[in-house]
Ligand binder design. Structure first.
Ligand SMILES: Cc1ncc(COP(=O)(O)O)c(C=O)c1O
Length: 393
């Protein structure tokens, strides 16, 4: 039987780099002692009040259908939060609720770009971006984020990459996998490019609560940008609730109306008890959220310091997010070979970061979703691996 061309367009690039992760998961399932530092699944506990709100809503049988783009109360809570943080007007009419930021990126892209259009992003980039653009029928073009610039963009190069077919500039700050947080000057420049070339800015802000080096600033906060900015975020990382699949899109009201139509035929609303819990999550400032931010930063510092003794390896403190990039180029091994050796000899699984794009070649992405002691021990094992490699010459 034949399938539509969509099946090709959503197929991943099949990077070999994920093989290390899959092997580690397999070994773990067999009962082997493997430290998994590959994925960004938060290990810290979510705020109990949010869990209680979900349980309470289930207890009250809030299990029926819900409005297609979310309850007005939850959309109002998101709008109020966005307005407060970005310092711009925002109402429930600008907000739609989606099952996680991933679905938000997918739904937004379906409405922003199509066949013949180009989407411009920076690589390394989050693993799903290629397929999200492809599913819409658009082509993903990338400019490199180079290690020697701390993985911050060369904005002249970004502007040179804009073509008459470019429709969307895709930004992600704090950035996965590099941890870079764009500064105000960079964001202003990106918005200026978008205005002059009449582009949408699609802003993936899933790590917005995990900015360390400088405060998070989204494009939607800058003057004249509300009409062309689409902000996507979720409670997956901020509240350690990826399993709730609760995210949102903030954008022009006209976009929200198009999203209603898309979501009507695609999702038909989300779980009401999750939305009830989200009202609690977004309507309060929980100490747990701040504690998570502090924990990831503490772990990043601890890991970077501990791993600094590894010959041929370098790691910089991330500016945001929940990963550290470890540069292993000085060890003489490529990232995948190093990651395999680390898994085989020391039982530590990390992700070769070139899975996210060639500019991260020679780097490993290390997830900080593990306790301090686990990360310290993993760093020791990395040091041992690098020392052995140095002795072997
Ligand atoms: C950059 C980036 N965007 C989007 C997502 C998806 O987040 P969500 O769980 O809200 O769908 C992730 C998840 O790790 C991510 O790292």
């Amino acid at each position: 039987m034949r399938f539509s061309s969509l099946v090709e367009r959503v197929a991943g690039r099949g990077s070999g780099a994920w093989a290390v992760h899959h092997e580690a998961v397999r070994r773990r399932a067999e009962g082997q002692d493997v430290v998994l530092l590959t994925v960004g699944d938060p290990d810290l506990p979510p705020p109990p009040a949010v869990l209680a709100a979900a349980a309470d809503a289930i207890g009250r049988r809030q299990t029926g259908y819900s409005p297609i783009v979310g309850y007005p109360e939850v959309r109002a809570a998101i709008a109020e939060r966005h307005a407060r943080r970005a310092g711009v007007p925002c109402t429930a009419d600008n907000v739609v609720v989606v099952p996680g930021a991933q679905a938000g990126l997918y739904c937004a892209m379906q409405c922003l770009a199509g066949p013949g259009d180009e989407v411009l992003a920076m690589e390394p980039l989050y693993a799903t971006y290629q397929a999200v653009a492809g599913a819409a029928g658009a082509t993903l073009a990338t400019v490199p984020l180079r290690p020697e610039r701390g993985f911050h963009p060369d904005l002249d190069e970004l502007e040179r990459a804009v073509t008459p077919r470019t429709r969307v500039l895709w930004v992600n700050s704090p950035h996965n996998p590099t941890g870079a947080v764009l500064d105000r000057g960079e964001m202003e420049r990106i918005c200026d490019i978008a205005r002059r070339h009449d582009l949408w800015v699609l802003s993936d802000e899933v790590y917005q609560d995990l900015a360390y080096a400088r405060p998070h600033l989204g494009p939607g906060a800058l003057p004249g940008m509300a009409e062309r900015t689409v902000t996507v975020s979720s409670i997956s990382k901020s509240h350690a609730l990826p399993g709730f699949r609760f995210g949102w899109i903030v954008g022009p009201a006209e976009l929200a109306r198009h999203l209603f139509n898309l979501m009507l035929c695609m999702l038909y609303g989300g779980p009401p008890f999750v939305q009830r819990a989200a009202i609690v999550a977004l309507g309060n400032e929980f100490p747990e959220v701040e504690a998570m931010r502090e924990a990831y930063l503490r772990r990043a510092r601890l890991f970077v310091r501990a791993v600094s003794r590894a010959p041929g390896c370098r790691a910089a403190e991330p500016e945001g997010g929940m990963f550290v990039l470890l540069d292993v180029r000085g060890t003489g091994l490529g990232a995948e070979a190093f990651a395999r050796r680390l898994l085989d000899r020391e039982g530590v699984a990390t992700l070769p970061a070139d899975a996210f794009g060639p500019s991260a070649e020679g780097h490993l992405r290390v997830s900080l979703a593990a306790e301090d002691a686990v990360l310290a021990d993993a760093a020791e094992r990395i040091v041992r691996t690098a020392e052995t490699l140095a002795r072997e010459g």
